[in-house]
Design a protein around this ligand. Structure first.
Ligand SMILES: [Zn+2]
Length: 448
């Protein structure tokens, strides 16, 4: 099976436009770690892929945490004494601190100011702030907006509810030949933020769309969950499923113009770590591999010592390292169709490695087989050995049942796809057989 070729058969520009359009559809929705914004987001995703939603009641104990109250908001504004809305939730949901408790009062500017948050270094941008675990209320606005507020009384309204309800997450399970699983996880708890949140959601959805019609070696589980508390809730409720995870990726910040970064799993030498590093080395202009650290996204939970799952994190710019991070400047212009499409391509290439990485045994291990009479060698000798011939020789030499195709790709310096193509040819020519225990589907089994 060759997922990458299936993707490349589609016009990548069109793929990027589709990804960006989906991000634009989701952008206005006011998401948080709970509430109807999450449900609306999941129902949009469900139009594209099979998705099961789970509702976990407020107060449920999940390891050391408790599912919080559910937050919903209808309206919020600050009006000056003339009745003008000087801050209006209808213009952008970033104006309200996520999880703000309800308030409706009139107060002087001096009393209001401790509840106002701005970014003086970027006076046009609105910050993104949350107060999930401490009951509070507040507004975020541009520093320019703050500077023109005159002394006087202001009417403040946040029409929100914070009450017992549920934490909602979405799950797309694609069964494969094996019950061993590949986990793809992204957070879906940020409101109108494009790179941090929507880029991961859109790329994960598109990857699930690509995999859904394919005959897969592994089963795939896509999680669309609120950051931290959602991953903890899923892990607490799915101990058996977690044991089946063989490889995993957290997807985030995949739409900006930065170079790719892959953060290794806690294990550091898992197959997913090697597959991601190999793909980035061969298909990106420049990229960086980061060692595991216990902060970042939900890889923190998957890689907590009790689970220690082989889950890394793929991103372009690293969270917190770009000025637009957690501000209104992380908008639909900050993410680009071309970048989203390229990110989907990298994810697909990583999955391609996982799906096709297997061990072969050379059936003719005593000296080199005569490739020429099998039409597997160039007929006229030349100075340089073409890459595809080199790949065949590497595969034959290292296929001793101990080395995987990824091992061979790494050692030869050749791209995984070239090594896999060579192995396919040699297998068809009767020179290789699969090592027992490494089932593999035939190529090109993607259903129309
Ligand atoms: Zn964030």
């Amino acid at each position: 099976m060759d997922l990458l070729k299936a993707l490349e058969n589609r016009e990548l520009t069109q793929v990027g436009d589709d990804l960006h359009r989906f991000a634009a559809d989701l952008y206005p929705i006011c998401r948080s770690i709970t509430g109807d914004g999450v449900r609306r987001t999941l129902s949009e995703i469900r139009k594209l892929i099979p998705l099961q939603t789970t509702e976990v009641p407020t107060g449920t104990r999940i390891f050391d945490w408790t599912v919080p109250k559910e937050w919903n908001i209808r309206e919020a504004y600050i009006k000056d004494s003339a009745g003008n809305r000087v801050v209006d939730f209808q213009q952008t949901n970033l104006h309200v601190i996520s999880y703000s408790t309800p308030v409706h009062a009139t107060m002087p500017l001096s009393e209001l100011k401790p509840h106002l948050f701005t970014l003086p270094d970027h006076p046009n941008w609105i910050p993104y702030r949350t107060s999930y675990y401490e009951e509070n209320w507040g507004f975020c606005l541009s520093h320019d907006q703050l500077l023109v507020l005159e002394d006087g009384d202001y009417e403040v309204c946040i029409d929100s509810t914070l009450e017992d309800g549920h934490l909602t997450y979405g799950e797309c399970y694609l069964p494969g030949q094996s019950t061993d699983e590949v986990l793809i996880s992204c957070h879906s708890c940020h409101p109108s933020l494009a790179n941090d949140n929507l880029s991961g959601i859109t790329v994960a959805t598109a990857l699930a769309q690509l995999l859904a019609p394919s005959d897969l070696r592994y089963s795939y589980r896509f999680l669309f969950i609120p950051g931290t508390i959602g991953a903890i809730a899923w892990l607490a409720r799915n101990a058996d499923e977690a044991k089946r995870i063989r490889h995993g990726l957290v997807l985030t910040c995949l739409g900006d113009r930065g170079e790719f970064h892959y953060k290794k799993s806690r294990r550091g030498d898992a197959e997913i770590d090697r597959a991601a590093a190999h793909v980035l080395h061969h298909c990106s202009k420049s990229s960086e591999i980061l060692e595991f650290s216990p902060y970042g996204y939900d890889e923190r939970q998957y890689c907590s010592p009790g689970f220690n799952l082989p889950v890394g994190c793929l991103m372009r710019s690293v969270w917190g390292s770009f000025p637009e991070y957690h501000t209104s400047a992380d908008d639909l212009n900050f993410i680009q169709p071309g970048q989203l499409a390229e990110s989907l391509r990298v994810c697909t290439a990583v999955v391609d490695v996982l799906e096709n990485n297997c061990h072969y045994c050379n059936q003719n291990p005593y000296c080199e087989p005569q490739l020429g009479r099998r039409n597997l060698y160039r007929s006229i000798g030349g100075a340089a050995v073409p890459e595809e011939i080199s790949a065949r020789l590497w595969v034959l030499n290292l296929s001793d049942g101990q080395h995987s195709l990824l091992d061979i790709a790494e050692r030869s310096g050749l791209p995984f796809g070239t090594i896999r193509d060579a192995a396919d040819l040699l297998r068809e020519g009767g020179l290789l057989s699969l090592t027992a225990g490494f089932e593999l589907l035939d190529r090109n089994q993607i259903r129309p």
